[in-house]
Design a protein around this ligand. Structure first.
Ligand code: LLP
Length: 433
């Protein structure tokens, strides 16, 4: 299973963006995150063009929590996407990438006053309000500084995204958003309309991540139109915008069959249109805010194999451990969510798999990455883990004081370092005791 521009070249090596992955490992060291720029751009274009075709005026925002560096925010902005941020750090990175503040949405379920003020100061286009407490705080801060901030209210729509519990965020029992089903969201709309410093432009919901079926998205579109209609009857205010979140899943294995972007777009647009017509509501403008499905399959991680050990694993059975020079700190997802990925040997990509081996990290933890079928790895081989473009670089940590890997963008034979490898000096700079 290969993605985007990935192929096996004449040397029998994995190639991506026209660059030999083994050369990348030699040149930049390992572990390393590699992003296939053309494939990332292609996904951005697909979302934008599908949405524009189906619903002129609709927009796409890139959820930067999935993958962020200045180059990524710049790329998404160049492709015509808005940018979602969920912290001061993400906001700052987007601003430094010269993203137009007007195209930024500020998210988060606990935005501190200093963050709300920074968002106001930056002039972000939208703040997604997550609670009534936050709504009142933002109103106070905006009016104290003589501003009027455009906002959407994030609603918990009471929908199960049919994905992992940790990333199913649209149910009633969630810390995110304001509950729709008990009337709290409607009351928040009413209150918001009366608060100084705020201009309510629409409603927002996000039901989860790595969703592989379209049903929950259609249900979400329907429920949000229903809520907009009730709000309009109750208050006379009409939602001009429905932000229907991200969540589209990607391929992590042969058995994953995510719907195409075009199918998602058609489903959402048709449902909003039909539901609006049915209840006599002017169809609101639609925004989607994907993260994973824009960049996940465009990214891969390269590791170098260290020790290979065969150990007894049961009666007359053995297991081969293949230790790589990364693990939990550059990819916590296998331990957190039981995540799996396509894996191959980048320097022996033409060889068929012959052995089931356990690839493990080098942390002081049983950080098994995955059990996979590979040609029997040898020390020095390069392991390529595919589909790591989302929630790897942004979820990396410094456990064991390992330094976080660099990010390299590859495109048409060129490799461009966009985030350098962290150094021990970087780590120790904060240690002031
Ligand atoms: N919008 C909001 C408000 C979100 O909270 C998220 C993701 C997105 C958009 C983008 O969702 P996506 O298209 O990427 O599914 N760390 C987890 C994923 C957490 C997702 C959090 N929210 C993982 O590694 O699987």
């Amino acid at each position: 299973m290969l993605f985007g521009t990935q192929r096996v070249n004449a040397r029998g090596h994995l190639e991506v963006g026209g660059v030999d992955a083994v050369d990348l490992a030699e040149r930049f060291g390992t572990p390393i995150y590699v992003v296939d720029e053309d494939s990332f751009r292609a996904r951005c274009r697909e979302y934008v063009s599908e949405l524009r075709r189906e619903a002129p005026g609709a927009s796409v925002a890139f959820a930067t929590k999935a993958f962020l560096c200045r180059a990524a925010a710049q790329l998404a902005a160049e492709e015509g996407l808005r940018i979602d941020v969920a912290s001061l750090g993400e906001l700052q990175a987007a601003l430094e990438a010269k993203v137009e503040p007007e195209t930024i949405t500020f998210h988060g379920n606990y935005k501190k006053d200093e963050e709300l003020l920074a968002a106001l100061d930056a002039g972000v286009g939208l703040v997604a309000i997550d609670s009534t407490d936050e709504m009142r705080a933002l109103s106070r801060l905006a009016s104290a500084t003589g501003r009027r901030q455009r906002v959407v209210i994030r609603v918990a729509p009471g929908i199960d995204g049919h994905t992992l519990d940790a990333i199913s965020t649209g149910r009633n029992d969630t810390k995110f958003g304001i509950t729709a089903e008990n009337g709290a969201a409607l009351r928040a709309v009413e209150e918001c309309l009366g608060l100084p410093g705020l201009e309510l432009v629409g409603l927002h919901a996000h039901i989860g991540s790595q969703i592989l079926v379209l049903g929950p998205f259609a249900l979400l579109a329907e429920k949000m139109v229903g809520l907009a209609k009730t709000a309009s009857v109750r208050t006379g205010w009409t939602a001009g915008l429905l932000v229907l979140g991200g969540g589209l899943g990607i391929c992590y294995g042969d058995d994953d069959a995510p719907p195409a972007v075009s199918e998602l777009v058609r489903t959402v647009v048709a449902t909003v249109r039909r539901a609006s017509q049915a209840c006599g509501l002017k169809p609101p403008r639609i925004e989607l805010e994907p993260g994973r499905s824009l960049v996940g399959e465009a990214g891969l991680t390269l590791y170098r194999v260290g020790p290979v050990k065969e150990v007894p694993s049961g009666e007359n059975e053995t297991r081969t451990y293949v230790v790589v020079d990364g693990g939990l700190s550059d990819d916590p997802r296998p331990l957190l969510y039981g995540a799996r990925y396509p894996v191959l040997l980048a320097n022996r990509a033409a060889e068929g798999p012959t052995h089931v081996v356990r690839v493990a990290g080098r942390h002081c933890e049983t950080d098994t990455l995955f059990d996979v079928r590979l040609p029997l790895p040898r020390p020095g081989d390069i392991v390529a883990v595919l589909s790591t473009g989302a929630y790897n670089h942004t979820m990396a940590s410094n456990y064991n004081y390992f330094c976080r890997p660099p990010v390299v963008f590859v495109r048409r034979g060129d490799a461009r370092l966009v985030v350098r490898r962290e150094t021990v000096e970087d780590l120790l700079r904060r240690d002031v005791g």
